[in-house]
Write a protein that binds this ligand. Structure first.
Ligand SMILES: NC(=O)c1ccc[n+]([C@@H]2O[C@H](COP(=O)([O-])OP(=O)(O)OC[C@H]3O[C@@H](n4cnc5c(N)ncnc54)[C@H](OP(=O)(O)O)[C@@H]3O)[C@@H](O)[C@H]2O)c1
Length: 331
């Protein structure tokens, strides 16, 4: 029997186990052009909370009763498509299920043996790495010598942004929750400074670590931290609106930036982006990042939770900050 996790309720606040239902079904026979994938790992993305809701987004809400949307990787076990051979690993929007039937569109084969872990196809060499690379270089217009501040700096996207910023010759200040994550941001990722937003006054720490101001802010969290950064912008600063995780579970409205008028005098720009708009340029990002990976300047820490039935629990980890690295579910 194949198992799939169906979305059965729109969450109120943080997603609950009861928002999902695990259902079993008979595996369907393959048609010409199709291939069957045994899904091995699922990517857990903070935006899933948005996809579970009715909110207008770059993708429509997951319909109630449908399999939960998720990017996954796995091995082809049966194929009636000449371009996808049995034994190959593929990355695709598999959904939260242990078996996926693909037809080719949106599926990418990759050589898992060339990666330190297959999960890297969902982290640095997947949407996570693309988000970090294009957000920083294209939206952030990052330049050597500039000051970069990154929030959720110990997380999947943030840790790649810190490392890419350093590889580009920037001065990098990472913001993360707790002493252990801050030590990781400085000592392992190579940031020039780390700010523990759970135990430090972020405004004061930004004044200390960015005395001349901030050129690029890579925003993963929104909320109060964004407001503190807005007070310290340099002339022509760029704010990369990647995510707003501090607001995703908020009930009763999103907190907007109170200090946005500082962008007038600093002639700053704030721009949102979605990584799917850059997928056609994936080869360009991989060509830029592969030498950094080979040189040990860019890597991915994975945080793996076992079992499809722990999907909701794994998702809650990214909102509480329990995850330390790219959150995956292993099936
Ligand atoms: N625009 C795009 O195309 C795109 C693509 C991918 C991801 N994203 C966004 O990028 C951000 C990071 O995603 P990710 O997959 O890399 O997740 P992640 O950073 O690995 O995990 C989320 C982290 O956010 C931090 N966090 C949670 N609540 C917070 C709060 N209230 N205030 C400050 N920090 C908080 C936690 O770290 P601490 O322990 O440090 O608090 C947690 O570990 C998310 O906002 C996501 O939606 C955007």
């Amino acid at each position: 029997m194949a198992r799939a996790l169906h979305l059965i309720a729109r969450p109120a606040g943080t997603p609950k186990d009861t928002d999902f239902e695990l259902r079993a079904r008979e595996p369907a026979p393959l048609q010409d052009g199709q291939f069957r994938v045994t899904v091995k790992y699922l990517s857990i993305d903070p935006a899933m909370r948005v996809w579970m809701s009715e909110a207008k987004s770059y993708w429509p809400p997951v319909p109630l009763g449908e399999v939960m949307r998720a990017q996954g990787i796995g091995e082809i076990v049966e194929s009636r498509n000449p371009k996808f051979a049995v034994g190959q690993w593929v990355s695709a929007m598999t959904g939260a299920q242990d078996e996926f039937i693909g037809e080719g569109k949106g599926a990418h084969a990759f050589d898992a043996k060339r990666l330190p872990h297959p999960g890297w196809a969902l982290s640095v060499f997947g949407a996570t790495g693309m988000t970090a690379y294009f957000g920083l270089t294209d939206i952030g217009q990052a330049k050597a010598g500039e000051v970069l501040v990154v929030s959720a700096a110990a997380g999947a996207v943030g840790s790649n942004v810190v490392q890419i910023g350093k590889a580009l010759g920037m001065r990098v200040v990472g913001i993360a929750g707790g002493a252990e994550k801050c030590a990781f941001v400085k000592d392992k990722l190579g940031a020039d400074a780390a700010i523990d937003y759970k135990n430090e006054d972020v405004g004061k720490a930004l004044r200390q670590h960015c005395p001349e101001g901030i050129d690029v802010y890579f925003d993963n969290v929104g909320g109060e931290i964004l407001d503190e950064v807005l007070k310290r912008l340099r002339l022509k600063a760029r704010i990369v609106l990647c995510g707003g995780i501090s607001q995703y579970n908020a009930e009763g409205g999103t907190r907007g930036p109170a200090n946005y008028l500082s962008m007038i005098s600093s002639r700053a720009r704030m721009e949102g982006f979605v990584v799917i708009d850059y997928l056609h340029r994936a080869e360009e990002a991989i060509a830029a990042m592969a030498p950094w990976v080979a040189a040990g300047k860019l890597s991915s820490k994975l945080d793996i939770v076992e079992g499809l039935d722990n999907f909701a629990a794994a998702l809650r980890r990214v909102y509480s900050g329990a995850n330390f690295g790219k959150q995956l579910v292993q099936i």
